[in-house]
Design a protein around this ligand. Structure first.
Ligand code: BG6
Length: 481
């Protein structure tokens, strides 16, 4: 895990360098890469934001952010040495101020990357200035964060704006779920083993479940979240990416366009979702915490903090196998997993008493990353041929003898991929648009019907109706625990 592939030296400009994402993820992540020896000693990180401050003040902010959110095993002096590689310029995203000073930091012989950790409404202004003021070169890369649009029309507009100044090969659209170690592992499991792939289709798979459960509420992000909701915030991007990786055809190569072409085909093969196949929920008050409506300061809000839905992929591989997706906030546990439930054995030689047994492969994305495969065996003892299901359980940390702390966080991995120029784990423009093309009619449908999300108690597994979504089909969700 700790094997480090060196990257070329770089100048990384972080627009929104004083913002929340920079402080929580980007800067602590870069420091971890520095401590791991992956960030070249001459690399430079240049924070850029509206506030007037000098490099020393920014370094202090970075030091605090790393103290609060970082977890790098560092030796004496490493943080000071890292901070020497950190700079700052105040820039006016909509004006002329600061751009020349910012440009003076950039070297001709270093990889140039510009991270847009700002509101999407500024993407166009920044892209234009990078171009017109001569900061970007044909080799420069830009990194953009979600939300990438609010619907299909706005995503298309954003893509068109960026395309005026940058080629698709220069644009790195982040979905941080793709940087998670276990998410990449999905591809390794599927395409590195002979065991699973022959069974990976509607003939053998009864259904697939994708759950991303969180314990946190909307916290201080109410203003953003209330305009977004779980569908836009999680399903359109993170869950959709997981669905693609689990359902796609094997790409011919592990290369950016080969992988992204296959993901795109999955999204395009998704059926529209019927209203009866969607459950939306909003958390009420409980456990000493306020309700969703209180958090977002909107007592008429109809935004969902939970969603469950049944998706169908109309292609040869998956026709007839439902994919149940669910995600929500203020649930019982923070746990994400993908569960593949295989069909029953075609014939039981053990008779009706042996009960119903099936193989279940469950991939835990977080926490405690790992995989379990339920297999049916004989219950030990003299009681005749009684069957039980036991899990072959593998926690990656145990199996690989790794300290999970040493596993790079999603952002670290993805930023290094940007520097390396590897787009495999980034979303292509057409993928994002296809995902919106699927979600738009779902959202328009509930808006037109005036649907109100059902209230659910915090600390549980979401609304009762979500359980019914599977019960109705004779199935059951895995427990959130
Ligand atoms: C973000 C969403 O993209 O992902 C958040 O905006 C959510 O609402 C977060 O909490 C979940 O990410 P993770 O890595 O904690 O599973």
């Amino acid at each position: 895990v700790s094997r480090v592939i060196p990257v070329d030296t770089f100048d990384l400009v972080i627009f929104g360098g004083t913002g929340d994402l920079a402080r929580r993820k980007i800067l602590p992540g870069l420091f971890r890469r520095y401590c791991a020896g992956q960030m070249p000693p001459e690399a430079k990180i240049i924070g850029a934001a509206r506030s007037e401050m000098d490099a020393a003040e920014f370094r202090e902010m970075v030091r605090e952010a790393i103290g609060e959110f970082g977890s790098a095993p560092q030796s004496a002096g490493q943080l000071d040495a890292f901070l020497e590689r950190v700079f700052y310029e105040a820039v006016d995203a909509k004006g002329d101020g600061g751009w020349d000073a910012l440009k003076s930091h950039l070297r001709d012989d270093a990889v140039r990357a510009f991270y847009f950790s700002v509101a999407p409404s500024l993407f166009g202004d920044i892209a234009e200035r990078l171009n017109h003021k001569g900061l970007s070169t044909p080799d420069s890369r830009i990194v953009v964060e979600k939300p990438f649009g609010h619907d299909l029309a706005s995503a298309k507009a954003l893509n068109a704006t960026l395309a005026q100044y940058f080629d698709e090969t220069q644009i790195y659209r982040i979905d941080h779920y793709l940087g998670k170690e276990t998410v990449q592992n999905l591809m390794a499991v599927r395409f590195g083993n002979t065991l699973f792939e022959p069974l990976w289709n509607a003939q053998y798979v009864d259904h697939i479940e994708i759950t991303v459960a969180e314990t946190v509420g909307v916290g201080g992000r109410g203003a953003y979240y209330d305009k977004s909701g779980a569908m836009r915030d999680m399903v359109q991007n993170h869950l959709m990416q997981l669905l693609c990786l689990i359902a796609m055809e094997p790409p011919a190569k592990f290369e950016p366009d080969a992988v992204r072409d296959e993901k795109l085909k999955v999204i395009r093969a998704l059926d529209p979702v019927e209203p009866q196949d969607i459950v939306r929920g909003q958390y009420g008050a409980g456990g000493g915490e306020d309700s969703y409506k209180t958090h977002v300061e909107n007592d008429r809000s109809r935004t969902e903090s939970f969603i469950a839905l049944k998706a169908q992929i109309s292609n040869w591989r998956w026709a007839g196998t439902p994919f149940y997706l669910r995600t929500g906030k203020r649930l019982r546990a923070r746990t994400s997993d993908i569960t593949v439930v295989f069909k029953d054995a075609p014939h039981s030689i053990f008779g009706a008493d042996a009960g119903r047994h099936r193989n279940v492969l469950s991939i835990r994305l977080q926490p405690n990353e790992g995989m379990t495969l339920d297999v049916t065996i004989k219950e030990p003892g003299p009681g005749g041929m009684r069957l039980i299901d036991v899990p072959l359980d593998m926690a990656f940390a145990d199996a690989l003898g790794t300290d999970t702390e040493a596993v790079p966080d999603a952002y670290e991995r993805l930023i290094m991929d940007v520097i390396r120029g590897n787009q495999t784990l980034f979303m292509r423009g057409d993928e994002v648009e296809a995902a919106w093309a699927w979600t738009d009619p779902i959202i328009e449908g509930w808006e037109a019907r005036g649907d109100v999300p059902v209230t659910y108690d915090p600390g549980g597994s979401g609304p009762e109706d979500a359980l019914m979504l599977l019960h109705r089909d004779g199935r059951r969700w895995r427990e959130i625990k």
